[in-house]
Design a protein around this ligand. Structure first.
Ligand code: SAM
Length: 280
């Protein structure tokens, strides 16, 4: 029998945000693969768990995967945790989980905190469709290129950002997405200085610049998507088309043909064509 690989979410601040199932799994597995063993041993000590830890982080994951998979194949049960929140979400673990699937090892998620989802759930911005963008590039020019590529994205956008880059990042967003775009700053979620503020990007620039406390701690930005492009012809172009057609056709036929050409409603086109004809 091969072992199971549990992917276990841990708290993102408030230590009470760990599930009873997570505690049970972390106590019962043979080994816990942790991003930073010193950091995680504090959480485990708090929970009274003394399962052996093995370090799996960005710099050693590729080299460690093979031996961890061998232990799983030999029947050991293992849990994967990161420093905070859900492993693999802007955190290590992808290679291990991918290798587990290749080795036909069952991967079991033990769900819990994730800063992106916590921020979205409290943001009050459309949550039916969203795009998680993780961390933007640290270099200004690269970050601006990434933001330009997202300027017309209509889904709600979720970003993680480092506190020392937050002001620059929000200023770039205001310049590229538009100063009036709505945004939510979700800072220090589940912790003492939790801040959740919804405003425009222009207002957020002022808020963050004028209060340096807002440039500290852990931050998620949730940004409203761009307005949906309906794909329909704009009003000005529609008027130009109707005026052209009115030169050759009566109002009713003009509305009919314009409706077929543009997809706009015939009745609305009829009213507009009539108004344009009377203005002539
Ligand atoms: N795996 C984690 C998760 O599930 O959210 C994310 C890990 S990523 C390395 C760390 C980033 O997540 C932080 O820089 C911040 O953007 C965000 N984050 C983590 N904890 C947070 C919190 N309590 N409040 C706000 N953002 C947080």
């Amino acid at each position: 029998m091969t072992g199971l690989l549990y992917v276990v979410a841990t708290p993102i601040g408030n230590l009470e945000d760990i599930s009873a199932r997570a505690i049970k799994v972390l106590s019962q597995v043979n080994r816990i693969a942790a991003e930073d063993t010193r950091h995680s041993s504090r959480l485990l000590q708090h929970l009274g768990i003394n399962t052996p830890l093995v370090a799996v982080h960005d710099h050693n994951e590729a080299g460690r995967v093979q031996s961890l998979i061998e232990q799983l194949v030999a029947g050991e049960n293992m849990a994967l945790i990161s420093d905070a929140g859900t492993p693999l979400i802007s955190d290590p673990g992808y290679r291990l989980v991918a290798a587990a699937h290749q080795a036909n090892i069952q991967v079991v998620p033990v769900v819990g905190a994730c800063a992106a989802i916590a921020a979205l759930s409290a943001a009050g911005l459309p949550s039916d469709r969203f795009s998680f963008e993780g961390f933007l590039a640290a270099k200004t020019s690269q970050r601006q290129t990434q933001l330009k590529a997202l300027a017309n994205e209509s889904r709600t956008l979720i970003f993680y950002e480092a506190p020392h880059r937050i002001l620059e990042c929000v200023q770039d967003m205001a310049a590229i997405f538009g100063a009036d775009r709505r945004v939510v700053l979700a800072r220090e979620l589940t912790k003492t200085f939790e801040t959740i503020k919804q405003c425009t990007l222009a207002e957020l620039c002022v808020f963050v610049e004028s209060d340096t406390n807002q440039q500290r701690g852990e931050i998620v930005l949730v940004v409203d998507g761009a307005p949906e492009d309906s794909g329909l012809m704009a009003e000005k172009e529609l008027d130009a088309l109707l005026l052209k057609l009115l030169k050759y056709l009566p109002v009713k036929a003009c509305a009919q043909l314009a409706a077929e050409l543009t997809g706009h409603k015939k009745n609305a086109l009829y009213d507009r064509a009539l108004a344009l004809q009377q203005m002539k």
